[in-house]
Write a new protein. Structure first.
Length: 319
């Protein structure tokens, strides 16, 4: 028995749906091998005509225990039970050659094929890495997504990464509908008061007090956005030594570049507003810089979002 028909089904999974949990190397190789082992064990102990049914049942049970569910494994068990003579002659070695060897060769070929065609296989999702982009975050960990799959008995049909992407896409689509395509640039606060990196903190404190603003963007000589100063950043810098008194000497030494936050949290002006909701609501962010071609275009605050929500509510009431 050099060729196994069920490997054709394995090929369909590996080549056509490489992101499926059923197609991953562990599922394919381990699933087929332990199915073959289960089939041999059943054939050695159970007489016909119960052999085929019990061999398939044992294969399914073993794959589920090993978390290596691979549908062709059931077919391998059935094929072995329908033609038991060569399988019994080979014994448990049947699970290694030809089943294990041929499946491993198929998986290796699948890795090369999928990489050549630009797809990721094997598909791994790190526990530390979120399953969706930062701006489209569901607030659910990978463990919580796994619990959802288990609750609805779908863990064998869809992976955590795929579920995360589907839910994130649905969330983004819902936000688009709710805000009707409103972008950050259309509601951001413009005509900003800005400072350069070398402005002393004493002057920054005066700007906060005079203009009653909550944040000051920092720009360089080319008006490029390089950082953001919140009131809390200024206070933390002045009290870094643990003293509760402002010290004029330290104020004279500190400048904007010493207290500003890096521009990592900025967003492009054409980003849909809906994608920022979780960042503003769940991550404690109060101000989001908005850029256009690398330059600072405006600031988006919680107040801007609230104003948009209230405007939408008024429109719905008027309708």
């Amino acid at each position: 028995m050099r060729l196994l028909a069920p490997l054709g089904a394995s090929a369909v999974l590996i080549y056509a749906v490489p992101n499926s949990p059923l197609a991953q190397p562990w599922s394919a190789i381990c699933g087929n091998v332990i199915s073959a082992v289960a089939a041999v064990a059943v054939l050695q102990t159970v007489p016909m005509p119960w052999g085929p049914a019990l061999a398939v049942a044992a294969a399914i049970f073993a794959m589920m225990i090993a978390r290596a569910l691979h549908p062709p494994g059931g077919a391998i068990a059935l094929l072995a039970a329908l033609d038991p003579v060569p399988v019994l002659d080979a014994g448990f070695a049947f699970a290694i050659v030809p089943v294990g060897l041929l499946t491993a060769a198929l998986v290796l070929t699948g890795v090369l094929y999928n990489r050549a065609t630009g797809r990721k296989y094997p598909f791994r999702q790190s526990v530390e890495t979120p399953v969706q982009p930062e701006e489209i975050r569901l607030g659910l960990s990978n463990e919580e997504l796994e619990e959802l799959l288990e609750r609805f008995h779908q863990s064998t049909n869809i992976g955590v990464a795929d579920l995360g992407r589907l839910l994130a896409a649905a969330e983004e689509e819902a936000a688009q509908h709710r805000f009707e395509g409103v972008t950050c640039g259309s509601i951001m606060t413009q005509n900003l008061i800005t400072v350069t990196p070398d402005v002393p903190v004493a002057q920054i404190a005066q700007l906060f007090r005079r203009h009653s603003v909550k944040s000051l963007p920092v720009v360089d000589g080319n008006k490029k956005f390089v950082g953001l100063i919140l009131q809390s950043d200024l206070i933390d810098a002045l009290m870094r030594d643990g003293s509760r008194k402002f010290r004029p000497v330290r104020q004279g030494k500190l400048t904007a570049k010493h207290v500003m936050q890096p521009p990592a949290g900025s967003v492009p002006h054409d980003l849909p507003v809906g994608t920022l909701l979780n960042r503003l609501a769940q991550h404690g962010v109060q101000t989001v810089p908005v850029t256009n071609d690398g330059g600072l275009a405006g600031i988006l605050t919680r107040s801007d979002i609230i104003g948009l929500l209230l405007r939408g509510a008024q429109n719905r009431l008027a309708a």
